[in-house]
Design a protein around this ligand. Sequence first.
Ligand SMILES: C[S@@+](CC[C@H](N)C(=O)[O-])C[C@H]1O[C@@H](n2cnc3c(N)ncnc32)[C@H](O)[C@@H]1O
Length: 184
Amino acid sequence: MADHRREQLAAASGRVVEIGAGTGLNFRHYPPAVTEVLATEPDPYMLRRARVAARTAPVPVEVLRAPAERLPFGDGEFDAAVSTLVLCSVRDPALALAEIRRVLKPEGALLFFEHVRSENPSHARWQDRLERPWGWVAAGCHPNRDTVAAVERAGFRITSLRRFPFGPPQPARPHAAGSATRPR
Ligand SMILES: C[S@@+](CC[C@H](N)C(=O)[O-])C[C@H]1O[C@@H](n2cnc3c(N)ncnc32)[C@H](O)[C@@H]1O
């Protein structure tokens, strides 16, 4: 997973907003081209751990308590946005993506690494059946969300995309890693 994080974040530069930062596992992977990360996380326990991780990050990281559906930033403030394993768990993915779009500059990049709905119909049906019990054991995670389609529906232009299975067989795979641009 660390390799995927590093690879995904390599393209980040300038001011970055990260949603659902969790315990801050991405922080150590931000490249030197990043001038500042404003990381958001709604869960107070995760937030505390993220603030500890921020202290040893190679770039300046500030962690704020906020849900992705209501980002405490102005329009067009960021060069890039990062979402890793978050859009499966947010209450309202369309609203979260609209917020990300709002705070990005025109031509700003959304870098994502998410587990997504399978393109195999029988596997997707299995994900649908397991959605509720999976959510109980995995903190509200929805294994069957078509996050790539949601990114496109939110008005982003996908510029790179790799779909692949990662980790042991379980509902929360395959994964999709890519980048998308906020059009002008
Ligand atoms: C599986 S963890 C991933 C954490 C981190 N992004 C990572 O890659 O390690 C999912 C995270 O999404 C956060 N989350 C849940 N609902 C959210 C929301 N509405 N807005 C932003 N983050 C949310 C959770 O608190 C948790 O930290």
